[in-house]
Design a protein around this ligand. Structure first.
Ligand code: M6R
Length: 619
């Protein structure tokens, strides 16, 4: 994030940056830093390993004085080099006259570093970013170029993705910002400007911004800004957009809850309600989707549906795939890890609908899969939670989850909202392509019952905590589910891994006997999703028998009234009966709460687990 404004105005530049970085912390939180001028010829840089709170403490101690209001700051998620103070951004040139913060990855940094090393440049960090200030330094020295010309020259040498902000002692009242691949926007205030990765950082100060395009750079002073294409110096386009004030996501408070994760799991009933609101009419059994209206004709022609997403959003898409396939008049759908999408995209064309699913709307892999599909003229629909995010802006049809801010790194309510929105989109598509259908009515009716049923699952919190207390001693877990709940098993294992740091594997129950069973003994438990489903329930029970025969402890999520499961499982968490295709929405909650309680017992950093970021903005 960068800030520049009239000195002596209401906003203290250091505080503006700290507040903005706190809101950007979801993108990474392993180290942080700021650069500014304090009347000396060199730029002053303060950096720490750890979270923004550590930077805040350092700033409180040092009480930095800024002589110019231009200031840049960064919170990092390490790609190149361990998360320590040296590798934290900003990075500077040899003479500490240039400071740079950077998001993205410079793919040719090794070659550039060797070349610059030959020319006598000294590197102190292990990052890819550090080549940027040195490239600018070289351009500035060799051709006596201006600040602006030097940055343009340096950017042309970079291969990879970047959003960069640069300060230079030649013009201490200016910030230069540029992007390729990684998002960047310029926020417009009154005699003050902000540059940031996303609107969240600046929503407290302004609701007007310009999203820079790839290949553009902006030169910002307190008197104004200019946007250029850094390849040829031509003038850039500068459409000012007003973003929604609901972007003030960073204001979310924990309230009575100890952690955001628990708060967000507990919000499930209203999350389902909000995902359906204004879309599903439970009296007429119809689905209205304003967002889809303009594309109705194209949607009717769709022959192939593909999902691309990462992590939890990918598991939501696997769940959604089953719902799409179950409804009449939809030919089927395929789900892809977004990071693998481009390697085997089978014949995408104008009759393909690509559905990108992302809570943050900023995930680089998902964004790249979307761009890939657009190359082949696919119609693109994004199911996103954060409005104004990169994916929401780049798809043809943005569809919002309306789940409210999700702050905990472990995604919980987003999964639930994504599956519900996927069901609603599937219902609308099926309606568009066919006529009346009893099957659709059944799904709609049950969606209306879900908030109440989810509340009942949440009420079993103490039982789940008790099971967690007994089970937290284990070092490994197998998660099993079949058909609709295979994705739930995958999601359950991911939740346990990411916040408790316990190894867990998700498998389709039927696969267990093809290898993983070798792991099972009395120290290797299984968490099984064994809910009522006329097609697979008996088979799941047989799979659990196989585990029991090998002494494996079993925790099962089962449907209320099921007595057979009590004979097999050591612990049972009951959930209300629902349609099998919607059962993941209920069954995922015990998985989320189990992971949460195990992690609390293990005293983990629940909302910001180690090594992770809420939004992964590099490929
Ligand atoms: O913001 P997105 O939904 O695109 O994020 C995708 C994944 O990075 C995310 O779901 C991740 O797997 C979560 N930490 C899982 O809890």
């Amino acid at each position: 994030m960068g800030y520049i404004g009239e000195m002596s105005k209401k906003n203290d530049p250091v505080n503006v940056i700290l507040a903005g970085l706190k809101r950007e912390e979801y993108r990474g939180y392993d180290s942080a830093g700021i650069s500014f001028f304090n009347g000396k010829p060199c730029v002053e840089t303060l950096k720490v390993a750890g979270k923004i709170a550590a930077l805040e403490r350092l700033i409180f101690e040092k009480k930095p004085e800024t002589s110019h209001s231009a200031i840049i700051g960064h919170t990092r998620w390490a790609t190149h080099g361990i998360p320590n103070e040296i590798n934290a951004h900003p990075h500077t040139d040899c003479g500490h006259e240039i400071a740079v913060v950077h998001n993205g990855i410079i793919e040719n940094y090794k070659q550039l570093r060797n070349m610059l090393g030959h020319d006598g440049h000294k590197f102190v960090s292990s990052t890819d970013t550090e080549v940027i200030p040195h490239l600018i330094e070289r351009a500035r020295r060799t051709g006596s170029r201006t600040f602006e010309e030097s940055v343009m020259e340096a950017l042309k040498e970079l291969i990879g993705s970047f959003a960069v902000l640069v300060l230079c002692s030649d013009e201490p009242d200016k910030i230069i910002a540029a992007r390729r691949g990684s998002p960047l926007l310029l926020g417009l205030g009154e005699k003050e400007f902000f540059v940031a990765s996303d609107p969240m950082a600046i929503c407290e100060y302004t609701d007007r911004a310009i999203y820079l395009n790839d290949g553009e750079m902006t030169m910002v002073t307190e008197d104004g800004y200019e946007i250029l294409n850094y390849h040829d110096g031509s003038s850039g386009k500068s459409e000012v957009v007003k973003f929604d004030i609901s972007l003030a996501n960073g204001h979310a408070k924990k309230g009575e809850y100890e952690h955001f994760m628990l708060k967000e799991i507990s919000e499930a009933p209203e999350v389902i309600f909000n995902a359906c609101k204004g879309r599903i009419d439970f009296e007429t059994f119809s689905v209205t989707f304003g967002e889809l209206d303009e594309f109705e004709e194209k949607l009717k022609r769709v022959k192939k549906i593909m999902f691309a997403a990462c992590g939890t959003s990918y598991y939501a898409s696997l769940s959604g795939k089953y719902i799409f396939e179950k409804l009449p008049d939809i030919s089927g759908a395929e789900a892809f890890y977004a990071s693998e999408f481009r390697y085997h995209h089978p014949k995408i064309d104008a009759d393909t609908l690509l559905i990108s699913i992302s809570q943050s709307g900023e995930t680089a892999d998902t964004l790249e899969a979307l761009r890939e599909a657009k190359k082949y003229d696919a119609l693109t629909l994004g199911i996103v939670n954060v409005s104004g995010s990169a994916i929401a802006r780049e798809v043809d049809i943005p569809v919002y989850c309306h789940a409210g801010p999700e702050i905990a790194v472990a995604s919980t309510k987003a999964f639930i909202s994504q599956v519900v929105v996927l069901a609603a989109v599937a219902l609308r598509l099926s309606e568009l392509k066919g006529g009346e259908s009893e099957e659709r009515k059944t799904v709609i009716r049950e969606l209306g019952n879900l908030p109440e049923k989810v509340a009942l699952v949440l009420a079993a919190k103490n039982i789940i905590r008790h099971v967690a207390e007994i089970s937290q001693k284990y070092g490994n877990f197998l998660y099993l589910g079949r058909r609709y709940n295979w994705p739930t098993a995958l999601e359950g294992a991911l939740k346990l891994k990411e916040i408790s740091y316990i190894h867990a594997e998700g498998y389709p129950s039927g696969e267990m006997k093809h290898g993983p069973l070798a792991l099972v003994d009395n120290s290797f438990p299984t968490f099984a999703i064994a809910v009522k489903d006329e097609v697979v329930y008996d088979k799941v029970l047989s799979n659990l028998q196989e585990l029991k025969a090998r002494g494996g402890p079993i925790i099962a999520v089962a449907t209320e009234g099921d007595s057979a499961i009590l004979e097999l499982a050591d612990h049972v968490i009951f959930i209300p009966e629902t349609l099998p295709e919607l059962s993941p929405i209920l069954a995922v909650i015990p998985c989320q709460l189990f992971a949460y309680f195990v992690a609390v017992l293990k005293k983990r950093d629940i909302d910001q687990p180690r090594n992770l970021a809420k939004s992964v903005t590099v490929e």
